[in-house]
Design a binder for this molecule. Structure first.
Ligand SMILES: *Cc1c(COP(=O)(O)O)cnc(C)c1O
Length: 392
């Protein structure tokens, strides 16, 4: 018997031509090279899922709801359920009162949370801060709900005075607040307790809090003094990315919500024999296995080590910038280091996204101190050049 996990494809597939093969080889080398300067996006590059390669030879599909059985038996729901239960544990969601699924990424998880809120409170106003990820405004547009952007503070956190004054003017309708558990540019964490206090003081009858925890949803469970971000702190749903801190060759994520809310909007579809509770129909069955594998192999201890090392590297970067007299900073429990925007060449080389006058480096473990030294030297050169041209 062949050990090749892939079925014999010679009936329909001719072997790839030599030129095209060379193209793949070149592309692979280019991507390996690019990996060395991948510093501006929060996608962990260190993992080994080679055990799972054989599953690439199977057309698995977790279509629809991750619980219950499907007539489509080639699925990995049993692994998906364990991943959901594990993340529920990390976010203090009660196991039997919680529902969730493995998404295509943080954006889908946000869309799901906001969709749920809209189904529960169709006439609600949705509030989100200025520093919120661009995908949220798009999601709110798709959902066609009334929404208001709230100002942000300098550090990227929501401006609570603005939130209070704005909600005060709309006390007669439900309030849905999207809180950032780590903003994209500055890693800022909105204060869930403060937001709940505002909703209570204003006597808002119906409210819903969705947490966008794309990156920091996998940082806060592993620090000693986390800001409030859990179900036990009053959130109603949470979205985290799988390809960010955990690391995955394909985008993925986890969304969790309260089961009673999900049950209120579920619909059964006979065709696949499952509930059509998820945003997409067909769903990736490999990504839940990747997350499961990471959960088993890294586990609590491994993730704590990743987070510790990332925070140490963030402080290393801040100190490295300081040596050149450049002010870099980060929010508490964040691995996103913010500094003055460098030249276009530097941004391009180090694959960093700027925003107005700032840029950031995200110090996941593949961004080593040596990498940081080279990056900081490049940024410092830019700023020295800038200063010179301004003086002359
Ligand atoms: C990355 C990010 C998203 C989007 O997540 P994807 O997994 O890329 O879809 C949403 N919100 C925040 C704060 C992010 O940083």
């Amino acid at each position: 018997m062949s050990t090749n996990p892939f079925s014999d494809n010679q009936r329909f597939f001719a072997p790839l031509g030599a030129d095209d093969h060379a193209r793949l080889d070149t592309f692979y080398s280019q991507m390996r090279e690019a990996q060395k300067t991948f510093t501006g996006y929060p996608c962990n590059q260190i993992y080994d899922y080679s055990d799972l390669m054989r599953f690439m030879g199977l057309s698995l599909n977790n279509v629809g709801d991750p619980y219950g059985d499907s007539t489509f038996r080639m699925h990995s729901r049993q692994f998906e359920q364990e991943v959901i239960a594990w993340y529920a544990g990390l976010t203090h969601a009660k196991p039997d009162e919680t529902w969730g699924y493995v998404t295509n990424g943080g954006t889908e998880g946000n869309l799901y949370g906001l969709y749920l809120a809209r189904e529960l409170y169709p006439n609600a106003i949705f509030y989100f801060s200025q520093e919120t990820h661009y995908s949220v405004a798009k999601n709110l547009n798709l959902l066609n709900v009334r929404n208001i952007m709230i100002a942000s503070q300098e550090n990227g956190e929501m401006d609570y005075d603005d939130l209070r004054e704005t909600i005060k003017m709309h006390r007669d309708v439900p309030a849905v607040v999207l809180v950032n558990i780590g903003t994209t540019m500055k890693g800022a964490i909105d204060n869930v307790q403060e937001i709940q206090a505002i909703l209570q003081r204003l006597k808002i009858q119906h409210s819903y809090i969705h947490a966008d925890a794309a990156l920091s949803g996998m940082i806060l469970p592993f620090v000693d003094d986390p800001q409030p971000f859990r179900f036990s702190d009053g959130i109603d749903s949470i979205s985290v990315s799988g390809h960010k801190l955990i690391g995955s060759p394909m985008p993925c994520g986890i969304v969790l919500a309260k089961r009673k809310n999900v049950d209120a909007i579920a619909r059964s579809i006979e065709y696949v024999g499952v509930l059509d509770t998820t945003i997409t129909g067909s769903r990736n069955a490999i990504s839940p296995m990747i997350l499961w594998y990471a959960m088993k192999c890294a586990g609590e201890q491994g993730f704590r080590a990743i987070v510790d090392e990332s925070i140490r590297n963030a402080d290393y970067a801040i100190a490295a910038f300081a040596k050149y007299g450049i002010h870099a900073w980060r929010n508490r429990n964040s691995i996103t280091v913010v500094f003055p925007r460098p030249s276009m060449e530097t941004l391009y080389h180090w694959q960093m996204a700027p925003e107005h006058a700032i840029a950031h480096v995200i110090t996941l473990p593949h961004v080593t101190p040596e990498t940081i030294d080279r990056l900081v030297a490049d940024v410092a050169k830019d700023h020295a050049r800038d200063k010179q041209t301004r003086v002359s």
